[in-house]
Design a protein around this ligand. Structure first.
Ligand code: MEV
Length: 418
């Protein structure tokens, strides 16, 4: 199967879905599912959260041209922001012939924190926890035999001393391999279960027992070479490199740079029913791990005017548990991605983040983002100004010719047609 479908963006939603499904040999039901006919119902919603009265549909677009670790993949992205899916697809196209994205994964270890207070001798408590390591790990693993049977479970622990305002606190980190789950439930259950034992061992009082979203033992690195993106324009290449330099030096720029990365990452995280807030918190905390908030990507010059990018990001995503299975459209997304493991999903997501970052900086370093962005946004404005769906393309064409994407101008065009 190939993720390259030239002219994909020009097709209707129906034709696009046909192309994707034909490439993946999926069923007719897979088609109706994502289009809402057999998809998410009010009963599904009512099972997921409290006080349900309805739900918010978000568009899902498919990013094409992605090759990750030698395998082509269609990437479902759920986002309300125009340009994101197009930008990811365009960036991926520029890496396709240089091999696409190559990734590595540190494994699926999550940290569960247990905060111990009221300690008379905190260093002694710290030492005692290490002495009881095997017993603590065993008690953790008794909580989740299924995870253990898949090779996961608590593997190790790590104890830190934190100076509070009026006492030293000991914080035990349980290091738990959550395999194909995001892991919050498994980690929190274990952290709560071992707390009485920790109080007995240390003589202290446990307060917090919760996973850390700074998933620094669940890191994906992805790299890609973008082939001659500026057609040899050396000034544009230099601008690109200058823009990336600023993201490493200035937190104001780094925040926006990383937001662009998260445009891609969060869209796939959401499409697969994973926890966008967990991934975002982890990414931003990791970006500040050196003590200063920095870029999650690095960029270097390659041969023949190519640009090489690398992203390093924690990705706590799963394929089992939570909305990943409870939400029929999230399940559909994992089918389209053809992912069998959370690891493969994380590798794809990091690649999308890198592509998104490349596309953002490429636009900023050349014509700026507003032209492309406003052209897409003009479609929304035309609809808001009362255009029928059959008129929208014509209105955008006229607005482009006039060189204006202001709402009052678009409204005038709509009125002139009606
Ligand atoms: C907009 O959603 C994202 C960008 O601002 C990212 C960036 O500045 O790199 C274009």
């Amino acid at each position: 199967m190939t993720s390259r479908i030239p002219g994909f963006y020009k097709l209707s939603p129906e034709q696009r879905l046909d192309k994707i499904l034909a490439n993946l040999e999926l069923s007719e039901e897979d088609k109706t599912m994502v289009r809402g006919q057999n998809g998410f119902t009010i009963q599904d919603a009512d099972r997921m959260i409290e006080n349900v009265v309805g739900y918010l549909p978000v568009p899902i677009g498919i990013a094409v041209n992605f090759k990750v670790d030698g395998e082509d993949v269609f990437v479902p992205m759920a986002t309300e922001e125009p340009s994101v899916v197009a930008a990811a697809s365009n960036a991926a196209k520029m890496t396709y012939h240089t091999g696409g994205f190559t990734t590595s994964y540190t494994g699926s270890i999550m940290r569960g924190q247990v905060q111990i207070t009221n300690l008379k001798a905190p260093y002694e408590a710290l030492a005692r926890i290490y002495e009881h390591k095997e017993e603590i790990i065993q008690l953790c693993n008794e909580q989740d035999p299924t995870l253990v049977s898949f090779g996961g479970g608590a593997k190790d622990l790590d104890v830190q001393m934190i100076q509070g305002d009026d006492e030293k606190m000991v914080v035990m980190h349980l290091l738990i391999d959550t395999k194909d789950a995001m892991g919050a439930n498994a980690v929190n259950t274990m952290a709560e279960a071992v707390s009485p034992l920790i109080e007995t061992i240390t003589g202290g009082k446990v307060v917090l027992r919760i996973l850390s979203n700074l998933a620094d033992r669940r890191i994906v690195r992805a790299r890609a070479t973008f082939e001659d993106p500026f057609q040899g324009d050396e000034a544009a290449i230099a601008n690109f490199m200058r823009a990336t330099e600023l993201a490493n030096l200035d937190p104001y720029r780094a925040a926006t740079h990383n937001k662009g990365i998260m445009n891609g990452i969060s869209a796939v995280v959401l499409a697969t029913g994973n926890d966008t807030r967990a991934v975002e918190a982890g990414a931003h905390a990791y970006a500040s791990i050196s003590g200063r908030y920095k870029s999650l990507t690095q960029w270097e010059l390659g041969e023949n005017n190519s640009i090489i990018g690398m992203i390093e990001v924690p990705l706590a995503v799963g394929l089992i548990g939570g909305a990943t299975q409870a939400h029929p459209v999230a399940k559909w997304s994992t089918k389209i991605l053809q992912v069998k493991t959370a690891e493969r999903l994380a590798r794809i997501i990091a690649s999308v983040g890198l592509a998104q970052n490349f596309a953002g900086i490429k636009a900023l370093a050349s014509e700026g983002i507003q032209r492309g962005h406003m052209k897409l946004h003009a479609r929304n404005m035309a609809a808001m100004a009362g255009a029928s769906s059959g008129q929208i393309d014509k209105i955008v064409e006229l607005a482009t010719k006039k060189g204006t994407f202001r709402f009052d101008d678009i409204k005038a065009i709509v009125q002139s047609l009606n």
